[in-house]
Design a protein around this ligand. Structure first.
Ligand SMILES: Cc1ncc(COP(=O)(O)O)c(C=O)c1O
Length: 424
């Protein structure tokens, strides 16, 4: 497949996502939950089908027959495609993981914390996949975890400046909150990190569906994200890291494919592994070869869309949804509409005591005549943020390039009728 950019034709794009035209319980799907996972384009489903039907071999330089060579070539092509997608300097800066969660666990487990530098700063909005690996490192006595409050534009820089010190090893933060939406500016944080000799880990799980990351421009040391949120398969993730930093990490998972050799001495127990360099030293065991190949296709597919057209379309959808939601006194939108438009989602919570998020979700699924609307309700794996905001749960509409204003109209009409029945 060649990579060309073209203006966004949403109707043509929708045809590439078979599940958009599927019926759920006999009704048309209105999918407003792409922040949970993006629907998969046909090209990805076809690739997985082809892989398992016609190939199915094992890459990883284990077997050397032609089948295996082809599978390994696809795996490495996907790495090169990912490096291009992020504008990484080298393909070797791309480690295939299982998910964003897996990549962050890798950093939390393998980062060379020292007695002098053993503090990690996260923000209050972070997903559990960012907080918990470092909470675990703290429980094991390896680090001290600090929490930075946030503003609508991102980490509170005054607070961050007062927390950061020469003891800070790492700042780990999302570029786009899965609850508050918007997108956070990285430069002031990366400057503060640099000034204190700390490293910066970005959680781009929610950012890349409608933004492009340029790791050289953002000067991030590590970036983690998941294939499934971009239309690729589940079970594939990426950890980008600057080459020297990846090679300076300790171990995470080790096993087949991570060692170059062993030194075997004269005594029975004198056995020392010699590990490969990154990325191989982190990719232990048989890899998700089919998933990585299909992920490479998902990235190529995404890059056939003009990134500015995608951003502007998604931003319009967010703005349109905000205007719809603002018409209801029974709910409150989270965040500042101006900054929300920099993201791909909008969340709100009920103000009226008769508005039940759970009932509303059932209503969207079962009570509408010919539509099935998928949104997400709950704490979105961001318990700390919800506790800080003193809000039990939020309702989230999230968008991908394939969504339309008509779908938001359908949601708006459903919200209106639910509020009419439940609250008035
Ligand atoms: C902001 C953010 N970070 C991290 C994750 C974790 O992603 P995954 O479950 O694919 O590892 C999510 C998932 O929803 C997310 O929204």
């Amino acid at each position: 497949m060649t990579t060309t950019t073209a203006a966004l034709d949403v109707q043509a794009l929708r045809k590439q996502y078979p599940s958009l035209s599927n019926k759920v319980e006999g009704k048309s799907l209105v999918y407003l939950d792409s922040a949970c996972t993006a629907l998969k384009p046909k090209v990805v489903a076809d690739r997985l089908h082809d892989f398992y039907t016609n190939w199915g071999g094992c890459g990883g330089k284990r077997s050397t027959h032609l089948l295996s060579q082809q599978v390994e070539a696809w795996f490495q092509e996907a790495r090169v495609e990912t490096a291009r997608f992020l504008n990484a300097e080298k393909a070797d800066e791309i480690v295939f993981t299982g998910s964003t969660t897996d990549g962050i666990n890798l950093v939390a487990r393998a980062f060379p914390f020292s007695n002098e530098r053993n503090e990690v700063i996260v923000t209050d909005v972070e997903h559990n996949s960012v907080v918990l690996p470092f909470k675990q490192a703290e429980a094991e006595g390896r680090i001290k975890l600090r929490f930075c409050p946030i503003t609508d534009a991102g980490p509170d820089l005054n607070a961050l400046a007062s927390i950061i010190s020469k003891k800070t090893a790492l700042i780990a933060m999302t570029r786009s909150s899965n609850v508050l939406g918007g997108s956070f500016s990285v430069h002031p944080v990366s400057q503060l990190a640099r000034a204190h000799g700390a490293k910066l880990l970005l959680d781009d799980a929610q950012y890349l569906s409608s933004h492009r990351e340029d790791v050289q421009a953002s000067n991030a040391d590590f970036v983690a994200f998941s294939s499934h949120k971009l239309g690729g398969p589940f079970g594939v993730g990426v950890l980008y890291g600057k080459e020297h930093l990846l090679n300076g990490l300790g171990h995470y998972r080790v096993g087949g494919g991570t060692v170059k050799d062993y030194e075997v001495g004269d005594t029975q127990d004198d056995v020392t592994p010699i590990y490969l360099d990154a990325p191989m030293r982190f990719e232990a065991g048989v890899q998700n070869f089919a998933g990585a190949a299909a992920f490479g296709d998902a990235l190529k597919f995404l890059q056939t869309l003009d990134p500015d057209a995608v951003r502007s379309h998604v931003s319009d959808l967010v703005g349109y949804a905000i205007r719809k939601l603002q018409a209801f006194d029974e709910i409150e939108i989270l965040g500042d509409p101006k900054t929300l438009k920099e993201g791909s989602l909008v969340s709100f919570y009920p103000k009226h005591k008769e508005f039940s998020a759970k009932d509303f979700n059932l209503y969207l699924n079962h009570e509408l005549k010919d539509k099935f609307i998928a949104i997400r309700i709950g704490d979105h794996c961001a318990h700390i943020l919800h506790k800080r905001m003193k809000i039990k749960e939020t309702l989230r509409l999230s968008f991908f390039a394939y969504n339309t204003k008509e779908e938001i109209d359908v949601f708006g009409a459903a919200l209106e009728s639910y509020i009419h029945e439940a609250c008035r």
